[in-house]
Design a binder for this molecule. Structure first.
Ligand code: SF4
Length: 303
């Protein structure tokens, strides 16, 4: 049996677990190609105009996998809890909650696997995965063994993006969603363009959880709110603004992102007290020339 995984959305954080889980159950895994013009166009054609760019790209990946596997994995991301402490609960964007329902309603012919993904104390909760394995015809022992193996692989998985290495070069912190930062088609090769100017890069994933928490703690209490990825970005921006290696900060945001839109000014305003910060938004009509102009102006300012 073949299971397809879209290379989009939170694939960038959890692909190691998903891949290992299905392989441990004895299934073949098919992953969609890196985003290219074909996948982007497919997404633009079939998604909804008010959606953010990453969601349009997600559509393209799912539809590019039609006919290539028996099932397509579209997990439903629910909550991310640091601990059993109810005050520290965080949630994923409503699109990640609604995605399996959206695809099931619009494409009833798709056979979707839709485990509800939750976290407790930083670990993916087992039950939905055990149920999924049983739904696919495996027994309890096989399900548990696959979950354990996948959890181990996830724990040891290297970052999808090459980790920051301190090689003495000036550093630019690039803060943004994983599905924007690590998708070159979506971000118009932003990271390559920065490196080509001689800078090293730290992304949101190069800052420690403690540093992000500390940074987040500097925001006024009323700005704390419950989006998991947004909270990490705001904590990372503040952490970057205190990092003596960081020369400037680029905040990359998908145009039309609801969670980002509400908080952007608060943390950027605070970070600007310490470092130059530029905010660049991306959508399907963002062009190479516009991006280069913004970057040139920013790097001139850093000189
Ligand atoms: S968090 Fe923002 S960019 Fe991500 S899926 Fe939701 S609206 Fe889109």
């Amino acid at each position: 049996m073949k299971i397809a995984i879209p290379r989009a959305g939170l694939y960038y954080y959890y692909h190691a677990f998903w891949n290992a889980f299905f392989e441990a159950l004895g299934f073949e895994v098919v992953i969609s190609d890196p985003t290219d013009r074909r996948i982007l166009n497919l997404g633009l054609k079939h998604s909804h105009s008010e959606m953010c760019l990453p969601m349009k790209i997600f559509y393209g990946h799912v539809l590019s996998l039609q006919g290539l596997a028996d099932y397509i994995l579209i997990p439903q991301f629910e909550e991310f809890a640091y601990s059993s402490d109810k005050d520290k609960r965080e949630y994923f964007c409503p699109y990640f909650v609604a995605m399996p329902d959206m695809f099931a309603a619009e494409y009833p012919q798709l056979k979707i696997l839709r485990p509800v993904i939750k976290f407790l104390d930083g670990k993916m909760v087992a039950e939905p995965w055990l149920e999924l394995a049983e739904q696919l015809g495996k027994n309890k022992q096989q399900a548990k063994a696959a979950y354990d193996a996948a959890s181990q692989v996830q724990e040891e998985a290297p970052n999808i993006f090459e980790k920051f290495k301190d090689n003495g070069k000036a550093v630019i912190a690039v803060i943004g969603r994983p599905y924007l930062l690590y998708d070159e088609q979506a971000n118009l090769e932003l990271l390559k363009k920065i490196r080509a100017r001689g800078y090293e890069i730290k992304t949101v994933d190069d800052f420690s959880d403690e540093g992000i928490e500390r940074g987040f703690g500097e925001l006024h209490k009323c700005y704390h709110y419950h989006w998991r990825l947004t909270n990490r970005e705001y904590g990372a921006i503040i952490a970057a603004s205190h990092d003596p290696h960081v020369k400037g900060i680029i905040y990359a945001t998908p145009f039309n992102c609801g969670p980002d839109f509400l908080m952007e000014n608060f943390s950027i305003r605070l970070a600007r007290r310490n470092k130059p910060v530029i905010s660049i938004s991306f959508d399907e009509s963002s062009g190479e020339a516009g991006l280069l102009t913004r970057l040139d102006a920013f790097f001139d300012m850093l000189k």
